[in-house]
Design a protein around this ligand. Structure first.
Ligand code: ZN
Ligand code: ZN
Length: 406
């Protein structure tokens, strides 16, 4: 099993000196990123430059703009109006002019309407590079089967991947995941697909998520107000769905039988709103790797070297097949509860239902494997409320990836 982070291992002065003398540097770091956000290029309510500037100003290392079936390519102008569904007000134009260098904003007038040109991906990437944010290309491949919404984020694609359409929900998911993987092979670049908001209009079932092959990522937390992360009386929460899908895959051979990893994202559409809207800053991932590039981040995610967060940060997390350990970055006034969730074999040899195997209160937590687990995953909940909650009462959390005893 991989050591995800060794940052908390005690390092003696002698070892440290030895490392310095040997020219060694601690190579790997945690990089914070959001892989799901919308702009005027589709149905987001802000210009792409204003959106990326928000992430620059809020301590992110990487970002993916994931507009619906479109990338930020070509010439596009947006009307400057005070009303309408996606109004670009003069006040927002003024804010962009203030934030960016003189001459950045381009305005024209067509048929008596003033319009602002939307910045393209290369222009946005150049700005982000100057500001220390890595802008990774992306798209929300937005498909549907009957009334079921099948939305899959493509990360690091170089051109638009059109929705592939299928003859069932599972076929639609798989065709789109396969198209993303094929795009990566064709263009010889790392790409990743994650299945989005399974509970959005109750579109995807446990079986649908369990069935995916090749790519194996889904959103356990999506910050959009309508996606029903918490489920309801007849639908599992996304957290429960994760466990049920893991059992289907690991115990019953669904999909490709591999572990299923989870991301947290913003899915921000309302960049000027308040907590009642789908604002940025709700969910993100922390990826542990040696460089903030798609070539490092995507393989690290495929190894499971990342966690999902809605506010709790970890100093480190490690798994060696015998124990699973994590260390929490303490915030003043917070207490932390870590639940190790999983499935174990009962005395009669059957798998138990997914549930909490042990709970630890404190800033570090360890789970010792007995060897009879199907998988275990840690989930940390802070006593502090989420400052930009998806739903009233949300607290800050972190979700580690599932691991198997080894
Ligand atoms: Zn979506
Ligand atoms: Zn979206």
């Amino acid at each position: 099993m991989n050591i995800i982070n060794t940052i908390m291992k005690p390092v003696s002065i002698i070892m440290l000196l030895g490392m310095l003398l040997a020219g060694c540097q601690a190579k790997e770091k945690w990089y914070r990123g959001n892989t799901h956000t919308h702009t005027y290029w589709s149905d987001g309510d802000a210009a792409p430059d204003q959106v990326v500037a928000w992430y620059v100003d809020h301590d992110y290392d990487f970002l993916v703009l994931s507009d619906h079936n479109v990338m930020q390519q070509g010439e596009r102008w947006h009307p400057i109006t005070e009303t309408g569904s996606l109004p670009l007000t003069q006040q927002h134009v003024d804010l962009i002019e203030e934030r960016f260098e003189p001459g950045w904003v381009e305005i024209r007038e067509r048929d008596g309407v003033r319009e602002m040109r939307l910045k393209t991906l290369p222009e946005l990437q150049a700005f982000c590079k100057e500001e220390g944010l890595v802008l990774i290309p992306g798209e929300e491949v937005t498909d549907r089967w009957n009334k079921n919404e099948v939305h899959i984020n493509a990360i690091n694609n170089i051109e638009v991947i059109p929705p592939q359409h299928g003859d069932s929900v599972q076929d639609t998911i798989q065709r789109n995941l396969d198209a993303i993987a094929e795009h990566g092979r064709k263009h010889d670049r790392p790409v990743l697909g994650h299945v989005n908001h399974p509970n959005f209009v109750w579109s995807l079932t446990v079986e649908d998520i369990a069935s995916i092959r090749g790519e194996r990522f889904f959103e356990v937390y999506n910050g959009h107000r309508s996606v029903k992360n918490h489920g309801d009386a007849t639908h599992p929460s996304t957290d429960e769905l994760w466990d049920l899908a893991l059992v289907e895959r690991l115990a019953n051979g669904a999909g490709d039988g591999e572990l299923l990893y989870a991301v947290a994202t913003d899915d921000a559409h309302n960049h000027h709103g308040n907590n009642l809207h789908s604002i940025p800053g709700r969910g993100w991932i922390m990826v542990h790797t040696d460089a903030c590039t798609p070539e490092s981040i995507i393989p690290a995610m495929k190894r499971g070297d990342f966690y999902a967060s809605s506010g709790v940060n970890l100093n480190g997390i490690s798994a060696d097949g015998r124990r699973l350990r994590l260390w929490i970055t303490e915030q003043p006034g917070a207490t932390y509860t870590t639940e190790f969730i999983g499935v174990r074999r009962s005395d009669d040899g059957e798998w138990t239902k997914p549930g909490v195997l042990s709970t630890v209160v404190g800033t570090s937590a360890t789970y010792e494997f007995t060897g009879d687990e199907l998988y275990v995953r840690p989930r940390v909940t802070s006593s502090l409320p989420h400052p930009r909650p998806y739903k009233e009462g949300d607290r800050q959390m972190a979700w580690g990836q599932p691991v198997r005893p080894g």
